[in-house]
Design a binder for this molecule. Sequence first.
Ligand code: APR
Length: 320
Amino acid sequence: MARPKIALIGAGQIGGTLAHLAAMKELGDVVLFDIAEGIPEGKALDIAESGPAEGFDAKMKGTSDYADIAGADVCIVTAGVPRKPGMSRDDLLGINLKVMKSVGEGIKAHAPNAFVICITNPLDAMVWALQKFSDLPAEKVCGMAGVLDSARFRHFLSLEFGVSMRDVSAFVLGGHGDTMVPLARYSTVAGIPLPDLVKMGWTTQEKLDAIIQRTRDGGAEIVGLLKTGSAFYAPATSAIEMAEAYLKDQKRVLPCAAHVDSAFGLKNLYVGVPAVIGAGGIERVIDIKLNKDEQAMFDKSVDAVKGLVDACKEIDSSLA
Ligand code: APR
């Protein structure tokens, strides 16, 4: 059987890391696409030359021609600009919306059967626009945010508790922005919910609140340190987890920006929700019951996403 084909649209910091991870995990043959001359070819060759020492079998190709993504099984989109210190993800909207238009058209023409994972920010609005521009089925287009946000939450919790990150599971809902909703009640250490761990004296409510805020600010913390770009290792790893769930029909339950059309009382919106990813793409959105406080936080986050979607419609009338 032929190896799956993975097209990476954007060969910058995240795109290059995605290519390296996909090769090392032997998820399939990789095509790196970018408009920057020489960059996709250079990165593809460099990664291919790591193959003999690492011992993987995967073809690597760099290109600036959309025809080379033909028949891709998975497309992961990072094309666009990242933020700089002082910028919010929302500040990227105008520039990256134009990029989503060209990427969506490229995918529509050459890889209409792909499972598409968008990483470009502002995430929830960009994945919404990408689905519109590409015209792919909504269940085949999603965004990577929740896996990353919950990984950050899990990392901080594991440091606080002094336990393995593997035994910490965490739940983050809502938009990928300042209004994201880390859900303490559904986050656990080996099944013990965080509120119980507070009662057991493992941490205090104040410390937990600080960890939740650090999770919300997780992207900005890295931008502040790097100064010239945004996070790329953890975002790439998170998207690879989603791609692998699709390619191997793993039915993973992962938080991601999925098309929601009845769950959570929402209509036709992309926002971070728990979802099952398997061979059908986003196979199911899990409609969990929120308590009053959680619902209020989720509503605020949904409003922020709706505001960005409306801004997209104003910029590009074909989306209205
Ligand atoms: N088509 C294809 N590639 C494009 C286009 C386009 N229209 N416009 C820009 N690019 C490419 C750039 O040439 C660059 O190589 O997208 C790449 C982006 O890479 P980086 O600038 O290194 O950004 P990165 O850190 O990878 O982040 C990409 O993901 O997390 C988000 O906020 C982040 O929106 C940003 C995106």
